[in-house]
Design a protein around this ligand. Structure first.
Ligand code: NAG
Length: 284
């Protein structure tokens, strides 16, 4: 999907800033120590575009996700070096994926093992692909949890895969209460209403938003008529440890919210030092 800000979302590009008031002060702080975590999950997110077999960097793949009915791909596996069980979802590559990216009709989700609060709604373009793989993901993670009971859980992905991470995090946190979990949503657009975002933020774990400088995708759907809400902690980087900052709140103007971009812009295709889809399957 290559929607320049001047086209689909251009007319709305300035509205979040036009509304800027005391809530929109830049407050980010330098956090070079956070870079390695996001560089690694950017590699895994890139690997999800590549269709790696057997291994993806430090992760041994135990299950490929390839649901043809909704064109949903990713992989599940485990990392002995990180002691984590991993779920990685692929971003957009097909016409079906792009149709999902723009299918913003809100629906009330229902997923096994998840107790959504009343009023929580997410966009159909995320609910449809995730619900088609949810049971398979939970059952594969369950069998890995039995094999590696001391491992923690993680989920990740870039773009559509990042937005799927907003729901994979909730799905895993709810189905595996008491398991430590970290999910890194790279270059994600928000997927649901405030009640959903609040529910995401209440889960017992860590959800990070890992965003690249000048990427307009995190600014999609935040404005009227969608008013979708991000949750988690945003980190923002030009692709190096030295430029990595930890942002404050969901609309920190020293991070994505202030970059003036909306939609798929040039900054969308790399993330924390990784060219998405071009990083291969292993660090040689
Ligand atoms: C939250 O997760 C931790 C592991 O990270 C676990 O020890 C604790 O029991 C969990 N708390 C609740 C209320 O589930």
């Amino acid at each position: 999907m290559r929607v320049e800000q001047s086209t689909l979302f251009g007319a709305l590009a300035l509205s979040p800033l036009a509304l800027a008031g005391p809530l929109f002060q830049p407050r980010a702080t330098a956090d070079s120590g956070a870079y390695d975590e996001f560089h690694r999950t950017a590699q895994l997110s890139s690997a999800a575009y590549t269709g790696c077999i057997g291994t993806a960097f430090d992760v041994t793949i135990t299950k490929q996700i390839n649901e043809l009915s909704t064109d949903t791909q990713g992989f599940i596996g485990y990392s002995t070096s990180k002691q984590r069980i991993t779920v990685a979802m692929r971003g957009s590559t097909s016409a079906t994926d792009i149709a999902n990216d723009v299918d913003t009709t809100l629906v009330t989700p229902s997923l096994s093992g998840v107790n959504f609060p009343s009023g929580a709604q997410i966009m159909h373009g995320i609910y449809s692909p995730w619900s088609s793989v949810h049971d398979d993901v939970i059952s594969e993670v369950k069998s890995l949890v039995e094999k590696y009971p001391d491992y923690t859980l993680e989920s990740t992905g870039h773009s559509l895969g990042g937005s799927l991470t907003y729901i994979s995090y909730v799905a895993l946190a709810q189905n595996f209460p008491g398991k430590q979990i970290i999910s890194n949503a790279h270059a994600a657009y928000p997927i649901g209403n405030e009640a959903f975002a609040n529910f995401g933020a209440q889960q017992n774990g860590t959800l990070n938003r890992a965003n690249n400088a000048d990427d307009g995708v995190p600014n999609m759907y935040v404005m009227w008529p969608w008013d979708f809400v991000h949750y988690g902690t945003e980190y923002y980087s030009s692709g190096t440890a030295a430029t990595t900052v930890k942002c404050s709140g969901e609309r920190d103007t020293s991070c994505s919210a202030g970059n003036g971009q909306v939609g798929v812009t040039a900054g969308h295709f790399s993330n924390f030092g990784i060219q998405m889809g071009l990083a291969g399957c292993s660090s040689l």
